[in-house]
Design a protein around this ligand. Sequence first.
Ligand SMILES: C[S@@+](CC[C@H](N)C(=O)[O-])C[C@H]1O[C@@H](n2cnc3c(N)ncnc32)[C@H](O)[C@@H]1O
Length: 265
Amino acid sequence: MRGAARALRAAAAPARPRAMIQDQSRSHPTGAPWRNFYGRIHGKALKPNQRRWLEEDLPRLSPGPVAWDENPKRLPLDPEAVFGGRPVWLEVGFGGGEHMVHQAASNPEVGIIGAEPFVNGVAMALGKVRKAGVGNVRIHAGDVRDLLDVLPEASIARAFVLYPDPWPKARHHRRRFVTPEHLDPLARVMAPGADLRIATDIPDYVRQTLEEVPRHGFDWLAEGPRDWRAPWDDWLPTRYERKALREGRRPHYLTFRRVRPSQPA
Ligand SMILES: C[S@@+](CC[C@H](N)C(=O)[O-])C[C@H]1O[C@@H](n2cnc3c(N)ncnc32)[C@H](O)[C@@H]1O
């Protein structure tokens, strides 16, 4: 099933509990490994124009075959060809897409691939892509781990992980993005010298990020508090950040550079 059809099916499906536990010893008929995904895939009913954007625009904005049923041999994508040789950036969990579309509009000389499994967010982002008239965005409406499987090594020149799900309870910390399950494949696809930007409003998430990310071959670039307290010069606040600020939480902006191979686990 193609990305658009999958996204529409997710939009029509009955609500599921937020946390799902799957049996790791099994695999899908397509050969895909069972990967625990604990987030939301769909929210409230989509508006008719959002359904139309999913049907009309999502197939056109595909970065290539990512899902296991479309690409069971896990053949690598060719992002350079997709973007005509431009450097490629990646945004993980783009939410409503405001930052991704802002970066695409401000940087026409790059191509940006975004991954987001929450279909309502994908639909919002498609509306923004239309409105901004940008041609340098591609969208994977699904789990970024499936995308990382098929991105070539060292193909990403910059990556953004903006307000990843916080999972505040200690027993849920292993679900966080800043764990080897995500950082190993992310490090593989990032080019030497590429920057990784992570924003979070959760102090314990900062702790785990500063502990884990350097193990995967990244240096933290901060020299003083301003570097993590002030946003990046080209920043656009995301929906999640605006909510965090309204609720009195403080953003942290962490910049890393890929400088060496990952440490063996
Ligand atoms: C707290 S929200 C932040 C959204 C957006 N970046 C912002 O700042 O408004 C975290 C986002 O990460 C997405 N996400 C969670 N797990 C993901 C995964 N495995 N692959 C891609 N996105 C994921 C969620 O669906 C959600 O939209």
